[in-house]
Design a binder for this molecule. Sequence first.
Ligand code: MG
Ligand code: MG
Length: 435
Amino acid sequence: MSSAYAQRRARLLDRIGAGVVVVECGREPRNPSGHDTAYHPRPSFHYLTGFSERDGVLVLSRSSEGETKSTLFVLPRDAKAEMWTGRRVGAEAARELVGVDEAHDLTELDEKLPGLLRGHADLYLEVFEETALRAKLLGWCNRRVGAKTPADIVPQTLHNLTWTLAQMRLYKDDTEIEAIRAAVAVTEPAYRRVMAECRPGLTEGDLQAVLDGGFLRDGGQGPAYGTIVASGDNANVLHYVNNDQPLRDGDLVLIDAAAQARHYACDVTRTFPIGGRFTPIQRDVYQIVLESMHAGFALARPGGSMDAIHEATMARLTDGLLALGALSGSRDELLEKKAAGPFCPYSICHPIGLNVHDPSPRLDDAGHELLLQPGAVFTVEPGLYFPADNAELPAHLRGLGLRIEDDLLITADGYENLTAGIAKQPDEVEAWCGG
Ligand code: MG
Ligand code: MG
């Protein structure tokens, strides 16, 4: 498994030139009762190692002469601890698995890490992350201010690794794309099942159970983020999480839910009729959101930008809002005023990857805009939200809330819609719903 990760480590060192990089895996959260809970490795650590045992520390360095070194610290084998919290591979197996030059037990970290910093003027850390090791690292850097020879210097310049890695993570390599495809492969059948099983009389929670259960099947690691099942007017709460209301015939249900696989997320939203058939007004609004999505898709290609997709999508939503009577006036002025904003108050696109909202750097180190290039994976998620208590809206729109979300991969000559297999055209949605 090590080659893709070794290539990423090499690319990172190429980017920084000379210096030393320290990345921590992190520690699983423990709930108040003291039980261990599932955890995910810090994305930067997993990105560079493919290793996910908690508490690991990766140290990479390149000297000004170009000499590189990679060192991993891992939890030591400990039969008693492993009986409680799970197996550990130990330093020697971890060295082979990850493909680093050296691996040591974490118990040797305080003794060995100061030596790994020595001789390097620059330290790359996730500066704004509160990690267990950060204070120690800075303390070791402080201690050596009076070094007399180049070999004795310790880092005096701190760089934010988050920024460097964010630029790398924007364009996914093949291993990452396969992981996102694996997440989609787990997500799709869960949508098929939830649309087939949805009916009036069930609750939002019943649908969440179908989805979250499905996300654990076929290699899934469970939901990639908190599952949203928002029926009727609840869809107008963008981050609705209660999922506890009864499903009523005639309402729509908005589901924003997706699986994680191999530590990678996908991000999908579908809105469908609880009773299996759209009403005419629901279908009209759905069609507007769908067309706005396609207006965005049309700009998805190398050299394009998520901002341009956002603008095209919002322009089509503005046209739709005019047609529905939710807005009135001159189209140009409405676009100028961003009048559709209150009806869809967020960015239409965001990158996905190890995080469902992956870092989204806009500029490279030289200040140039980071445009879409092959390997970029991001969502397009237009919606229209008409809260029931907004008396300024035409009555027939109040209480409607819709969103549709797909995940696009930029290819050499355009894009691939990774989540196209999940029903989205209104007739197909009704067919999946058995309507
Ligand atoms: Mg999203
Ligand atoms: Mg989503």
